[in-house]
Unconditional design. Structure first.
Length: 73
């Protein structure tokens, strides 16, 4: 389904403002998850907004901050 530039910016606004996740937007509007992400970026760039720092679902422990214990066999 094709969306007008105004509709794309509205979808992007909803994602940027946290009303929808990009996965929810993709399902609701019948677009790909990456397309939803691109719409959010288009909205952000058109309005000169800073990038949002999302929560990372999976994070590996950092060797710089995680304590390292070596147990000798």
């Amino acid at each position: 389904m094709k969306y007008t530039p105004e509709e794309r910016l509205d979808i992007g606004r909803q994602i940027y403002d946290g009303e929808l996740s990009r996965y929810e937007a993709a399902e609701q509007y019948g677009i790909g998850e990456q397309t939803a992400r691109n719409y959010m970026r288009m909205y952000r760039d058109a309005n000169h907004l800073p990038p949002k720092r999302g929560k990372r679902a999976i994070s590996a422990p950092s060797f710089k901050t995680a304590p390292f214990f070596y147990v000798q066999p």
